[in-house]
Design a protein around this ligand. Structure first.
Ligand code: ASP
Length: 279
């Protein structure tokens, strides 16, 4: 089972939202193809998020929101249900931050690298750099309400869970600002004994309620994932923010919730059935 989101938000027109829903389905199918071949949940979420980072309509990779200096500065993280995690914050000129986050998880003894340290780690591992300008789209330059952050959660044939999230952050953010996305327990969490979660929305609020970990913890008692997602999403109001999340439990049941007007998403289940939505 794989579920993906293309970000929570208010402002985009129906046409854009529908297009984002389509983009989510393409990504979910790419991730599901990996699972069908017996691939791991980690391979699946990274494949799905890579598709979304490469799709310029989403606020991740190419198409990322611009910071106050007019630059793209991205955050991403991955986590697997055996409690391994990797993340990068405030990286520039990297086409697929989610893949760099995975490298941090697999090839370093640390969890999170930021800015220049992340760039040095990328160089040392042969990750190609792209011209930072190539990640900037006309849409982002006009500071149009960017479509959201992207993320995925999956359960593979062996019952392993994984989650991944990637973002350009909030439009006009101060350089160096880091949101919830690369913070384990905030934007992303996975635990094979409970569930996996990927979040979107106002990072400053998500961090304060440690949304992803709070959501996964509710699954430990067997709570329905939709009910768990709704309960934790409601806590964002106390931190004066809005957002959403996708959630999968150890059995592969999934759920989602958002306090914004929209959150584009798509899923493909183990029997090949699929769905998508934005309202
Ligand atoms: N959560 C992201 C951040 O605050 C933004 C988003 O999800 O739209 O960086």
């Amino acid at each position: 089972v794989i579920v993906v989101h293309g970000g929570a938000g208010e402002r985009h027109a129906d046409d854009n939202a529908r297009q984002a829903q389509g983009g989510c389905l393409v990504a979910a199918r790419a991730g599901h193809a990996v699972l069908e071949k017996g691939g791991s949940a980690l391979d699946a979420v990274v494949a799905a998020v890579t598709v979304l980072e490469n799709d310029p309509q989403f606020n991740a990779g190419r198409g990322s929101a611009l910071n106050a200096d007019g630059e793209v500065e991205m955050d991403a993280s991955v986590m697997t249900g055996d409690l391994q995690a990797g993340a990068v914050a405030a990286v520039k000129g990297i086409a697929n931050p989610v893949q760099l986050a995975r490298l941090v998880m697999e090839k370093s003894k640390h969890v999170l690298f930021s800015a220049e340290g992340a760039h040095r780690f990328a160089r040392a591992h042969g990750v190609p750099f792209v011209d930072p300008a190539s990640l900037i789209t006309e849409r982002a330059r006009k500071r149009l309400a960017s479509l959201g952050t992207v993320g995925a959660v999956a359960r593979d044939k062996q019952g392993r869970l994984a989650a991944a999230t990637s973002t350009g952050g909030t439009t006009g953010k101060r350089p160096g600002r880091v949101g919830d996305t690369p913070l384990i327990g905030c934007g992303t969490y996975a635990d094979d004994e409970a569930g996996a979660c990927s979040c979107t929305g106002l990072g400053e609020a998500i961090i304060k309620v440690t949304l992803a970990r709070a959501a996964v913890d509710r699954l430990r008692s067997g709570e329905d994932p939709n009910a768990a997602a709704a309960a934790v999403a409601a806590t964002l109001a106390r931190a004066k923010g809005d957002g959403g999340l996708i959630l999968i439990d150890a059995k592969g049941r999934f759920g989602l919730a958002f306090t914004t007007k929209r959150m584009s998403r798509a899923w493909v289940s183990s029997d090949g059935s699929f769905g998508s939505g934005f309202d």
